[in-house]
Ligand binder design. Structure first.
Ligand SMILES: C[S@@+](CC[C@H](N)C(=O)[O-])C[C@H]1O[C@@H](n2cnc3c(N)ncnc32)[C@H](O)[C@@H]1O
Length: 468
């Protein structure tokens, strides 16, 4: 812990009190020539733990984000999360100024009022340009996130896209148990192609080594970076690890973005898809009720329902996801399809609660489906192989129905799609979906059944949609 008395300042008025900051004012020269100041008068509070003061690595990470032009692409238009932001949230603040689409600064709940007060103060720095004031006001928010609170972690990571950039400065010197929780939070929040930048202070080399191990255990890759945030050659990294006097930076990434995407989709289903909270659009009965005879024949036939796309989509997910996702298949669909039945065990079929009509775009059906789920949207909506030779209005109604049925915010729709030629017909759906949702595509590879067209390569996809 910091010895506040050494600093000769009243305890509720301390800032940069730690292993670095001797300066009274920490000034960031911003790209547009204006300045942002975090002063010693930065509001702090007693009894708020280590987050009550600004630490060296937070400032160093903020400065690195500001200086490194290589990092533009990591920040600009991205979704950014800072973990354990402390009272000053400097890396989050600089990310907002560097053009992030959204920035969430997080720490334990008791710190959040202080964080908010400081963020407001940054916005009032004399001479700060209007553009930067606007960037701070429009993109930056502060939210409570205790790494050990399942509920807070789940709520923050409910958006299946994850965060493109996760920032974490000086957070590894608390306790070993917390390191494991922090590694889990990074894994739960980091988007498949995202990067977490972790900065660690001089005091915490041993814990940092444990933390790197914890990150690898949850499947993440770690690379040590130079202060310019470029990768550090291995020999230099080893040398740095021997010194106890410098901030160290690490990039944390998923080794396999596609695998991470599948795992994320699986988690979205496995964690939030309680059987009752799942609805399927386009089960055979629903299709039978809404479609033209031809549409029923093509879409609702056993072959089309037991789609290879569905089965392999489910197979690509882990077992928990299969359990939940399979629960949305209607019994008639599974009975009709040996392929689907194959992935749906008996115990799972018990949880299928009911079948209901769902004419896409029909408000009374949508209202009944929502009412059946206690008046709220569904956590997961699944639609498999429902797009084929439909007219434009039907496809738009399908996208609109997905949007209405998905819990907002946080709902996910998974759509298994197989391209069967004549993409033109299907385009209306994708236009309507892209307008409404953020999409994460997962290639399921080529169709391998009897109807295989040798020219097809990536003809099957699992699209995971989340609200914009
Ligand atoms: C050494 S401070 C670093 C603060 C800030 N990143 C900086 O560089 O100034 C460690 C931070 O981790 C936060 N922290 C500790 N345990 C936490 C937990 N369980 N959940 C979330 N944050 C936690 C503390 O509140 C504190 O803000």
């Amino acid at each position: 812990m910091i010895d506040f008395s050494e600093l000769g300042l009243p305890e509720d008025h301390l800032h940069f009190a730690t292993d670095a900051h001797s300066a009274d004012v920490c000034t960031f020269e911003l790209p547009d020539g204006s300045k942002l100041q975090a002063k010693q008068e930065l509001r702090t509070g007693a009894g708020l733990g280590t987050g009550a003061v600004q630490w060296q690595s937070g400032t160093a990470l903020a400065q690195a984000l500001l200086d490194s032009s290589d990092l533009e692409r990591l920040v600009a238009s991205k979704r950014v999360l800072e973990l354990g932001c402390g009272c000053a949230a400097l890396p989050a603040t600089i990310s907002a100024i560097k053009g992030a689409a959204s920035v969430v600064a997080t720490d334990v709940a008791k710190l959040i009022p202080l964080v908010l007060a400081n963020l407001r103060e940054y916005g009032q720095t004399p001479g700060l340009s209007d553009a930067n004031k606007h960037a701070l006001a429009s993109t930056l928010e502060a939210r409570p996130l205790d790494w050990t609170s399942e509920e807070e972690v789940r709520s923050l990571t409910a958006d299946a896209r994850g965060f493109d950039l996760v920032l974490c400065a000086d957070c590894v010197d608390e306790s070993e148990a917390l390191l494991l929780a922090l590694a889990d939070v990074i894994s739960a929040s980091l988007a498949p192609s995202g990067v977490a930048l972790v900065a660690s202070g001089a005091r915490s080399q041993r814990l940092m080594a444990l933390f790197l191990t914890a990150l690898r255990r949850v499947g993440l890759d770690t690379t040590e970076l130079a202060p310019s945030l470029r990768p550090l050659p291995a020999a230099e990294a080893a040398e740095r690890a021997r010194h106890n006097d410098a901030t160290r930076f690490f990039a944390v990434t998923w080794p396999d973005a596609d695998g991470a995407r599948a795992a994320r989709a699986a988690r979205a289903v496995g964690e939030i898809g309680s059987p009752r909270a799942v609805g399927e659009i386009g089960s055979p009965r629903a299709v039978g009720e809404i479609g033209s005879p031809r549409a029923v024949g093509e879409i609702g036939s056993p072959r089309a329902v037991g789609v290879p796309g569905t089965a392999s989509a489910l197979r690509r997910l882990d077992h928990a996801a299969v359990a939940s996702a399979a629960a949305v298949g209607t019994q008639s669909a599974t009975a009709a399809s040996p392929v689907a039945a194959d992935v749906i065990s008996e115990e799972i079929s018990d949880v299928i609660s009911e079948e209901m009509a769902a004419m896409w775009g029909d408000e009374s059906h949508i209202a009944a489906l929502l009412a059946a789920n206690g008046g709220r949207g569904y956590d997961v909506v699944v639609a498999c192989d429902v797009i084929y030779k439909q007219v434009e209005e039907v496809l738009i109604a399908l996208a609109a129905t997905q949007q209405r049925l998905m819990l907002s915010p946080g709902g996910v729709c998974m759509l298994a799609y197989e391209f069967r030629g004549e993409f033109f017909d299907d385009v209306a759906y994708f236009d309507a979906a892209n307008e409404r949702f953020e999409v994460t595509p997962l290639s399921l590879g080529e169709y391998e059944g009897d109807l295989k067209d040798p020219s097809d390569e990536e003809s099957r996809w699992l699209y995971t949609y989340t609200h914009k």
